[in-house]
Design a protein around this ligand. Structure first.
Ligand SMILES: [Fe+2]
Length: 364
């Protein structure tokens, strides 16, 4: 039998399939309601990730940036390269080694607010230049648990044959702080030959994509966050007890944050949690102070931890030496792919100070 011949069984199946395709199409087109469909109804209630992205995009005016921001970029000769519908933009034609004008700082800040993470290529800033760049956006937070480079505000994130990449879970930074850093600015100094990308997910779209009952359920839930993982043995030995006790006295160990966070500048609601710092069983109703049932708390955290990983919410950034990413911890989560071992990957990070998270219900 030649490859083009069709068996009788296959031929019969196709006849039936074609016949039913026509019948189903007729049935659906005659029952169709007239007028514009309601977008919510086009997405199944059990899978709203696509709707979450659309909801966020619609709120952005169905365009990647506002006209006002685009006009500022045009005026300054800055070109936008958008990576996702609602998240991630590379800013081209901007030199961060120069002292930035207030117009340039305003442009970067507003692009960060609208796009949640911004990127720059070929900057190759020195440590001090990176710290100065960070200071354009506010005070900086030093980091007590990592090896700082020469400048105490720089954290080295260095992985190689002895220390495989460990930032490969979805998270927003430093939720163990009472006032977690507003944003983080990382520059790549050594790029592995393959892999090592960082992925960024839109926490506002992730919130909008949650089932309506879950959005409702989370409204008044908070949890306790701490830095226990930095006190454990992570390959370099556990922290000596006196040092661990000392730091707990100086820096609060166990701070409460809401699971939904209102962005203090955009007013949008974001899904806000860090599975490594949050005590999963600690969820409680912040109106009554009453703890959730432990099993329910763990189920909620486990469900929420899967949300940012949905590809709909994600843009992926490929590092080159001198690339910079500046992300808004209040509106995005990130994940550093640990897929380059035994090669080296090194970033330098500074963090811009933030404020205490809160949640105010809004109609979104
Ligand atoms: Fe991080």
């Amino acid at each position: 039998m030649s490859q083009l011949e069709v068996t009788e069984e296959q031929g019969r199946y196709n006849e039936i399939a074609i016949e039913y395709a026509a019948k189903i199409h007729r049935a659906r087109s005659t029952s169709k309601a007239t007028g514009q469909p309601v977008v919510d109804d086009l997405f199944p209630s059990y899978n709203r990730a696509g709707l979450g992205v659309y909801g966020e995009y619609e709120r952005m005016g169905n365009q990647p940036v506002t006209d006002g921001l685009q006009a500022q970029a045009d005026l300054q000769g800055v070109k936008f390269e958008h990576l996702g519908l609602t998240i991630g933009t590379v800013l081209h034609n901007i030199d961060l080694k120069q002292t930035l004008s207030s117009a340039a700082i305003k442009l970067i800040r507003e692009t960060l607010l609208e796009r949640k993470v911004v990127f720059f290529r070929d900057q190759n800033l020195t440590e001090d230049e990176q710290v100065s760049f960070g200071r354009c956006f506010g005070e900086l937070d030093a980091f007590p648990f990592g090896k700082s480079a020469g400048n105490p505000y720089i954290l080295e994130i260095n992985h190689d044959e002895k220390r495989p990449g460990a930032e490969n879970s979805w998270h927003t930074d430093v939720t163990w702080m009472e006032k977690p850093s507003l944003g983080s600015i990382a520059q790549c100094v050594v790029v592995p030959p393959f892999g090592g990308d960082t992925l960024f997910a839109d926490s506002c779209a992730a919130y909008l994509g949650l089932p309506a009952e879950m959005q409702e359920r989370l409204q008044h839930i908070s949890g306790i966050n701490d830095y226990r993982i930095f006190l454990m043995d992570r390959g370099g030995g556990a922290l000596p007890e006196d040092l661990a006790e000392g730091i707990k006295k100086e820096i609060s160990f166990g701070v409460s944050h809401p699971i939904l966070r209102t962005h203090p500048e955009t007013g949008k609601t974001a899904l806000y949690l860090n599975g490594g710092f949050l005590r999963h069983e600690s969820l409680y109703d912040n109106r009554t102070g009453e703890n959730l049932d432990v099993e329910e708390a763990k189920e909620i955290v486990s469900f929420l931890q899967q949300q940012h990983g949905r590809p709909e919410y994600v843009c992926r950034f490929k590092w080159q030496t001198g690339s910079i990413a500046f992300w808004d911890n209040r509106a995005a989560q990130h994940y550093a792919a640990s897929d380059y071992y035994p090669h080296q990957r090194s970033l330098r990070r500074v963090t811009v100070s933030g404020d205490r998270p809160y949640y105010t219900p809004v109609n979104e």
